[in-house]
Design a binder for this molecule. Structure first.
Ligand SMILES: [Zn+2]
Ligand SMILES: [Zn+2]
Length: 263
């Protein structure tokens, strides 16, 4: 029998960002455990999530249940919203992804990312609220608040990975190099690099864009693959194209465990 031709696929990289029915995914932890043979992956459910993931106790139960099935267990910590975890809970997880899904640009004034996210995922064909985000002052407030919230997540919550870093209304406007100035991108990247926090290449939203990834590599970032699937496991086509497009070094990718020093 002929040996199979060895063909290196991005699929061999560890996929850190996968949801189960312990938050808003459709697949059980048992189902997730079955697909680690397809490609290496963990689970990283939303925290907090309604009545399912409310506090440390819920997180620890999820961790136990998933780890018993042989899964690596992360969490998608909702930056700027989630209640702090106990340091011992954070340390018990294999890794923590921090991600923004909304941002408070002024006291009580929340910008929600749902519509922008649906557009970036290709679920809707036009970004209906685009007009509102052409406002330069609002753009600036979103960018500045994003930096603050990410910094807090890194310092206080000790996240390991910044998930879908640029997902939001500004990326959804269509030209991220315009809405997200290079200088801002570099500040965000440096905040991650200085703390050894990996930057996720996100399959579902197709972010960050090529120039961002190139800057991140130039500045010495680590990376992390995240399919962000809520459904069955699918090939990482977009991720592969993004990694190749920005010529990212695969040795800079996390492999299912944190590299940040514990405090
Ligand atoms: Zn997310
Ligand atoms: Zn997610």
């Amino acid at each position: 029998m002929l040996a199979p031709t060895y063909h290196r696929e991005v699929g061999e990289l560890f996929d850190h960002h996968i949801h189960s029915d312990r938050s808003d995914g459709t697949v059980s932890l048992q189902g997730r455990a079955k697909t680690v043979s397809v490609r290496p992956h963990g689970v990283s459910d939303h925290y907090p999530w309604k009545e399912k993931m409310r506090d440390d106790d819920d997180v620890l139960r999820y961790l136990d249940d998933a780890a018993r099935l042989g899964l690596r267990v992360g969490l998608e910590f909702d930056l700027g919203v989630a209640p702090s975890l106990r340091p011992s809970t954070r340390d018990a997880l294999h890794y923590v992804i921090g991600a923004l899904h909304q941002v408070e640009v002024a006291p009580g004034e929340w910008i929600r990312y749902d519509d922008a996210g649906a557009f970036l995922k290709g679920r809707v064909h036009a970004y209906g609220e685009a007009q509102r985000y052409l406002d330069a002052d609002l753009q600036r407030r979103i960018r500045e608040r994003t930096l603050e919230v990410v910094r807090e997540g890194i310092e206080t919550e000790r996240i390991d990975i910044l998930g879908h870093a640029t997902m939001g209304p500004l990326a959804a406007l269509g030209d991220p190099e315009r809405a997200l100035p290079a200088e801002w991108q570099e500040r965000l990247i440096r905040t991650c690099v200085d703390a050894d926090v990996a930057i996720e290449v996100n399959e579902a939203y197709g972010v960050p864009h090529r120039e961002f990834l190139e800057r991140a590599q130039r500045l010495g970032a680590r990376f992390s693959v995240g399919s962000d699937t809520h459904f069955e496991l699918r090939p990482l086509d977009k991720t592969m194209a993004m990694i190749r497009g920005a010529s990212l070094d695969e040795s800079r990718f996390l492999a299912g465990r944190r590299v940040r020093e514990a405090v």
